[in-house]
Structure formats: C-alpha cells, structure tokens
Design a protein around this ligand. Structure first.
Ligand SMILES: *[C@@H]1O[C@H](CO)[C@@H](O)[C@H](O)[C@H]1NC(C)=O
Ligand SMILES: [Zn+2]
Length: 494
C-alpha cells in the first residue's frame, strides 16, 4: 500500500534566492506548486515523497527565457520545440517564450498561432508561450489583436529591418496604436533596415564578402537610430515598448534617458553582447559565421556598459535570443551562403542567429558580476512580470507560484571547473559560440512544477517529453503600462 505523504517534495537546507532576498529557507511543494517557504528546519519530521537536501546550494525560481526561435513550418532553424526545450531545462530554464512567426505572404496572426501550437503541443520539456511576430501588419492582422489576447497572447514583436520581415513607419504606428488599445506588450527589433541594405551595397562594391563584414553591415548607427525612433514612436502613441537584444551601451544610454523621463521604455540584452566580441567573426575562413547574429557582437570595451545597464535596471530582461542554425549544413545552415565563387561565403546570405538557450544562465552565473537577487530578477522574475506570468512564474510565493526551481552550487563545486564543449549541450546544433569557455557552475537540478526534469549528476534530462511542458496563457504585463492608460489616443491632441 502506498504511504501517504504530506508533501510531494521538500527542498531542505538550501539558500533561497529571489529577486528581493537571499535567505536560508526550506520549501515544501504540493500539486506542482510552492506550498510553504519556511525558516530552516521548520519542516523537520514532515513526510514527503521526495526530499532534496540542497545543503550548500542556491535555490532559485527557474529561469525564464523570453526570446528564442524554434522551428517554423518549413524553416531552416535547427531546433524544434523538443530539442529546444530539452536544451532549456538542461540549462536551468523552466519557461520559454518563443515566437509565432507570420510571413509577409500571410495576412493572419491567428493562423500562424495555430500552426505554432501544433509544433509545440506535446513536444515540450518546459512550459512555454509565444509572442506574436508580426511582419504583415495588414487589416486582418490588426483586427486580430483582441482575439490574440483571448488566446492568452499578450505580447507581439516586430522588426525595423530585413526586407522579408520589417514594418515601415506607418505600419509600426498602426501596430503600436492597436497594441495600446488591447494592452499588448510590444517587442521591437530596432535596427534601421535601409541603413543595413545601403551598407551591404557599399561593402559588396569593395568586394568584401567574408563573415566578419557582417559587423560592418550592421553599423552602430543602424541600431542607435532605430532605437531612438522606436522610443519617439512609443512616446507619440503612449504605449510601452521593450527593445530586444540591445548590443551597445550607446543604445542603453538612450533607453536610460527615456526611462528617466518616466517613459515606459524597457529593454533586453543577451549573452552574445557580454561574452562575444566582433573578433569572433574574424576567425579564419568561414568559422566566423558561427557568431553571425543581429545586431552583431560589438567591442570588448562595450561589455562594461552592458553589465552596468543590467546592474542599474536599464535592462529589464536578460534573454538568449536562441536562433540556431547548423554550421555544417549547405542547404539551410550557415554554410548555405558558400558557393564555388565565394568559398568563405557572402556575409549577407549567412543565416543570422546563434544558439544559447542552454548556456544563458550558466554564463551569467559564472561571470559573478550580478548580485544573486539581480541575477534572479533579470533571468526570471522580470520576464514573468513583463509578459503577464507573475507570480505563477518567476517567484516562489506559497499558494501562488508554480514549483519551478533551479538549484545551483556556484561555490562548493570548484572541483567541477570545466571547459564548455558543444557535445555537453542538448540542442540540435553542431556548435556553440562559447566553445572552450571555462565554467565553474552549472545547474544541478531543474524542477518544473514540482518534478525534477534535469538531474545533472544522475541521468541528466530526466523529464519526460510528451506534454509535461504546458502552454501558458498570459495576461496583461504587470510592469508595462502607458503613461495615461485612461486617455484615448486622439489625433486632435497634436
Ligand atoms: C546605467 O547604465 C546605463 C547603460 O549602460 C548607462 O547609460 C547609465 O549611465 C547608467 N546609470 C548609472 C546611474 O549608473
Ligand atoms: Zn530580433
């Protein structure tokens, strides 16, 4: 006869870190949720199906990665929902928000949402949601915003660059206004597409094709100009925006300035802007293509400003922008840009993106730059708040939060110092841009709704795939709101 237990799981003797505190606390979990968070030893003698002794460990809300691309119908992206979310849990991430990507030829956002659901359904190792990705802001897409909200989608990304993706200024204004009316949080890829296209011509005229010219093709001004235009439009419509994957301190400074004026401007940065530099694109031959992403990695001197922006709150979230392509793949991967005429490829045809969903948390933890609370805030809590998942996700509040927990031993495990190798990772990509980096910490346990899904020293990925990861319906952002939400936007007001 099965023994009756009071709790499903106890996590004892650890140091619990949230965005606001670091305290020795014990946690009891029932029915997938945090049931109790109590002072050390207050649960002694209590029975549970499983007890984890987290002595010497840091017990945190599971990571939330609010920016990655997994396979799109007919796409060339290396990871699907199965491999992408497997990689996520192995790196300590329990919730991902990827995209439901609309193409220019597709008038509807709801139809791509349905297609994306079909790709993710029953395939995910972690919990998940989608941002709508709008590339065709025609009347149908705009009319679907209320239905997106009903479907639990409360955020939408658009691009200011790339011919097959970008929205023009008038379309951007249509999207911003309708987002304001429906309380949809806007994410913006802020690079000026015209500047990039113009630079491509300048570089090709000089017969410069190697991967490293991708950096020249995306000059700092393309990003600073687009970011300041995005901020201006946000202020014109009075709608909050979050500028994704900010690569330069100059952009962070614009954002900071807007924030100090009280404007609802939010921002994201990513590991590639802290742990890679443009030199990584300057490897011999075609190697540099591995680190081609947009915006590109910048100079080493820029890293400090990005760290400061994370420390001082300019950046709301630290996400991966995981966008994986196989290197040794001449059909859809990085090497598809190589031909007999161009043995080192042509930078403008190299698929843009790097894998990073699995390495995001470990890189930031190992840098030992952020205070533990700040680490939790920018890698988990703020994403939950920004995208309407708090306090179900990103927190450890009894009775309210899912028991999504990552346990680290960043101090006691000096013996585990290791060189990162791609073969250790769980994605479906044949390289990592961080190959050879020395790491001293890696999540030992990832727990999703009370179940251990990653047990580093005892089986690795132990989560079952089929459907344990569930779709998260999201509500309104608890961080981002217009300055005057009660006031209708009115063209007569100008
Ligand atoms: C905060 O970081 C931003 C971005 O790097 C920087 O521009 C700003 O000067 C910093 N502010 C303070 C008060 O440190
Ligand atoms: Zn982007």
């Amino acid at each position: 006869m099965a023994e009756a237990h009071e709790y499903d799981l106890l996590i004892l003797n650890g140091i619990v870190v949230t965005d606001t505190q670091t305290v020795e606390l014990d946690i009891a979990v029932n029915n997938g949720m945090v049931a109790k968070v109590v002072p050390r030893n207050a649960l002694s003698g209590v029975s549970a199906r499983r007890i984890l002794d987290a002595e010497g460990g840091y017990v945190m809300p599971g990571g939330i990665d609010s920016h990655e691309s997994f396979i799109m119908a007919g796409g060339r992206c290396a990871d699907d929902y199965e491999s992408g979310t497997r990689s996520a849990i192995a790196g300590g991430t329990t919730t991902i928000i990827s995209f439901a990507p609309q193409s220019k030829a597709e008038p509807s956002l709801l139809s791509v949402l349905a297609d994306t659901h079909a790709l993710a359904d029953s395939n995910c190792y972690c919990d998940y949601s989608f941002h709508a990705l709008c590339t065709n802001a025609g009347p149908l897409a705009i009319s679907e915003f209320p239905a997106l909200r009903k479907a639990g989608i409360s955020s939408l990304k658009f691009f200011m660059a790339f011919d097959d993706l970008e929205l023009h200024d008038d379309e951007i204004l249509d999207v911003l206004l309708e987002a304001r009316r429906n309380q949809i949080t806007i994410l913006i890829h802020a690079e000026n597409g015209k500047v990039i296209n113009w630079m491509t011509k300048q570089l090709e005229k000089k017969k410069l094709f190697d991967p490293k010219y991708h950096v020249n093709n995306h000059p700092p001004v393309a990003e600073t100009e687009a970011a300041s235009r995005a901020i201006a439009f946000s202020s014109f419509i009075d709608v909050p925006i979050l500028i994704v994957h900010v690569s330069q301190p100059a952009v962070a400074a614009y954002i900071r300035e807007a924030q100090q004026k009280g404007l609802p401007i939010y921002a994201e940065t990513c590991p590639q802007y802290l742990f890679l530099t443009r030199e990584y694109l300057n490897h011999p031959g075609f190697e540099g293509a591995k680190c081609v992403c947009s915006p590109p990695p910048r100079n080493e001197a820029d890293h400090e400003g990005i760290w400061q922006g994370l420390e001082n709150g300019t950046f709301t979230v630290f996400s991966s922008d995981h966008c994986p392509f196989v290197y040794e793949d001449s059909k859809g991967g990085k090497k598809s840009s190589i031909s007999t005429e161009y043995p080192n490829g042509r930078f403008q045809y190299i698929p843009n993106g790097c894998p990073g969903v699995e390495t995001r948390l470990a890189l930031a933890m190992n840098a030992k730059r952020l205070k533990m609370e700040k680490f939790v805030e920018v890698t988990a809590t703020n994403a939950a708040k920004m995208y309407g998942l708090y306090p179900k996700k990103g927190a450890l509040i009894p009775g309210e939060s899912d028991a999504d927990i990552t346990i680290w031993y960043p101090e006691g495990e000096t013996a585990m110092e290791f060189k990162l190798k791609n073969e250790m990772l769980h994605h479906n990509v044949d390289y990592t841009p961080y190959e050879g980096q020395i790491l001293k910490a890696w999540p030992r346990y990832t727990i999703l709704r009370g179940r251990i899904v990653w047990d580093r020293d005892n089986g690795g990925v132990v989560g079952k795939k089929g459907g344990y990861g569930t779709f998260l319906e999201r509500g309104v952002s608890s961080l981002a709101r217009p300055l005057n939400p009660e006031k209708e936007w009115d063209p007569e007001g100008f």
